[in-house]
Design a protein. Sequence first.
Length: 317
Amino acid sequence: MQFIRDLYANARATGRPVLSFEFFTPKTDEGERSFFAKTLPDLAELGPDYCSVTYGAGGSTRDRTLRMVERIQTEFGIAAMAHLTCVGSTREQIVELLLDAKRRGIRNILALRGDPPAGAPTFVRTEGGFQYAHELVTLTREVDGFSIGVAGFPEGHLECPEGKQVDWERLRAKIACGADFVLTQMFFDNALFYEFRDRLVGPLGVRVPLVPGVIPILSAGQIQKFVALCGATIPARLQQQLNQFANDEAAALEFGIQFATQQCADLLNQGVPGIHFYTLNKAHSTRRIVAGLEPWRQGAPARSDSSQAASQARPAG
């Protein structure tokens, strides 16, 4: 199975951005069966370059994460990546997991510090474990045999009180430990991503792919919960638009598709190496968005019209 770093390198050589999807691990066996019977087949039709599968707090979904990544690769022939966090694990346990992943043919890891377990106000290092993601990157590189991705935060990490410039410098250090590419947290104003990219590529000298992460808005309430958890912001004009759909989920869903399509079109026209979709294990919105970007899939510039959603998604200035 291909290394994701090679997928980005090959796509860059041909001028074709990379399409990737993120899935979370279902809580039940029935949820997992439904995912492989319906959600994944629907999205596999779009021809993604790779998929990623999340890792529950404290390693609570370790076996399911690895099993799902293995099945995506063997049953669907799609390169897949397992998320891995520092939460609740010792160094020895992480090595064991990495070796298990290699035995399963898994060659791509997204190395994350991870969020505190439910109910815990802050992250606490497990005795014998790691405090920071760069330590996990270093260990994964030492185990060898993996392409390694890391997370980036266009608005700065929620737990970095020194501000986003300091957070971006720490990202550069994390990359220097052996990361091959960066997937960003969701954002709703492309200007935030361009500032992030320009700082990293320019003064900080980063050369690995910086890939924007995009989430389709499914409802006004849903997106409020997500931004509260991750520290992303909703621009005032977008919030005003969402307020109109507070009691109309169907209209909010349709607006979310239009908004994300225009956001992605603008990003692609600005030369991003690909788009990473946070699918929320739902196929409908992602299928519609990718269909709207089909010219890009064929190597043509993505369309970016002057609709209300597009103007919100474009960079300021």
